[in-house]
Ligand binder design. Structure first.
Ligand code: NAD
Ligand code: IPM
Ligand code: MN
Length: 358
């Protein structure tokens, strides 16, 4: 088949982990007799530098047309002086997610056996951990009205509005319950309803939607306590449903159960077949250009794209098996205690696929 997708490497380590993932996709396409039809475009800081905007029209047009997007990461110190939608993050990534209506971001936490020792947490907490975070992705405080109020001469203030509509909460809740049906039938909804009005609406709406899913167990947890439960009893969770900012923060924490932020992929999905696949990590300016970035999150994101956007289950499974083999053999980057470069990890995983597909 012809695998036509939009590739947005972005900034910092984005192009490095991206190159490794493209190498794995090439090896996989060769092994299975497919062709890759890659539409590479600029986003974020790289797009600001080359085109004066973090989301050029042709980038959006390609993403909309192919409906399958593989994204590295955006942002970095070079663009940190910019504000609002001039920034790589808001003007590039967040607006792209919003325009494509990718409201559901799924982030798994299931430690690979080969990585249990890489986590700072004791193995007894990690064995059997297997949950997904369903993060609302196109609402809440990241998208509300924001600005500065300079009316008080010696005391400026700043504000970010957090707003959620019933419809926004309903659709993400449905998605979480539907995902729970394919797993262990439990949803933990995370909010801050003891303080925030948006969270009180969130809790009401999730409770209402749960009535359509009598087969699914629902519990509600406050986000501050959840930050603790995730480390002290991570095995208890199956599907964690939460709003945009809490999901952003909790998933960086969850990545530590899995050894490194560099191993967690994600899928950003909407109502239709459109999908953007993106590691949860950022552009890692502290290691960019050093060949140290772990490409596994990006490689697993590419596998997820093959499975979900192209229906290529066997191909995705081959990549996942190759990742597992690399981890078991400790053919990993330094964040996991290994000696390999980004490029070498990609090459090893590609070679494994080539050797094991007949
Ligand atoms: P970060 O995720 O880039 O890095 C946090 C830490 O994790 C750093 O020490 C980094 O070296 C390490 N790390 C991240 N990914 C790694 C990988 N694949 N392999 C090995 N180590 C890895 O977060 P940050 O430093 O807070 O943010 C840096 C920039 O990235 C900011 O501009 C931020 O806005 C942006 N960002 C972008 C995305 C995205 O595009 N999806 C996500 C998060 C942050
Ligand atoms: C992520 C990132 C982004 C987010 C930033 C870069 C806008 O942190 O994908 O987790 O907050 O969604
Ligand atoms: Mn994040």
């Amino acid at each position: 088949m012809n695998i036509n997708f939009t590739y947005l490497p972005g900034d910092g380590i984005g192009p490095e982990v991206g190159a490794a993932a493209i190498a794995v996709l090439n090896a996989t396409a060769n092994a299975f007799g497919h062709t890759l039809d890659i539409e590479e475009h600029l986003i974020g800081g790289a797009a600001i530098d080359a085109r004066g905007t973090p989301l050029p029209d042709e980038t959006y047009a390609s993403a909309k047309k192919t409906g399958a997007i593989l994204l590295g990461a955006v942002g970095g110190p070079k663009w940190d002086h910019l504000k609002g939608s001039d920034r790589p993050e808001l003007g590039g990534l967040l607006i792209l997610r919003k325009k494509l209506e990718l409201f559901a971001n799924v982030r798994p936490a299931k430690p690979f056996a080969g990585l249990i020792a890489s986590s700072p947490l004791k193995p007894k907490y990690l064995e059997g951990v297997d949950f997904v975070v369903v993060r609302e992705l196109t609402g809440g405080i990241y998208f509300g009205d924001k600005g500065r109020d300079n009316s008080q001469e010696n005391n400026i203030s700043a504000y970010d509005e957090c707003r959620y509509s019933e419809a926004e909460i309903e659709r993400i809740a449905h998605r979480a319950f539907q995902i729970a049906r394919t797993r262990r039938s439990k949803v933990t909804s995370v909010d801050k309803s003891n303080v925030l009005e948006t969270s009180r609406l969130w809790r009401e709406v999730v409770t209402k939607i749960a009535k359509n899913y009598p087969d699914i167990e629902l519990e509600h947890t406050l986000v501050d306590a959840m930050a603790m439960h995730m480390l002290t009893r991570p095995r208890d969770f199956d599907v964690i449903l939460t709003e945009n900012m809490f999901g952003d923060i909790l998933t960086d924490e969850a990545s530590i159960l899995c050894g490194s932020m560099g191993v967690i992929p994600s899928a950003s999905l909407g109502e239709g077949s459109m999908g953007m696949y993106e590691p949860i990590h950022g552009s890692a300016p502290d290691i960019a250009g050093a060949g140290k970035a772990n490409p596994i999150a990006m490689i697993l994101s590419a596998a997820w794209m093959l499975r979900t956007s192209f229906g290529l289950d066997t191909e995705a499974a081959a990549i996942e098996a190759a990742v597992k083999a690399a981890l078991d053999a400790r053919q990993v980057t330094s964040d996991l205690g290994g000696l390999l470069s980004t490029q070498d990890v990609g090459a090893k995983i590609g070679e494994w696929v080539a050797e094991h597909v007949t």
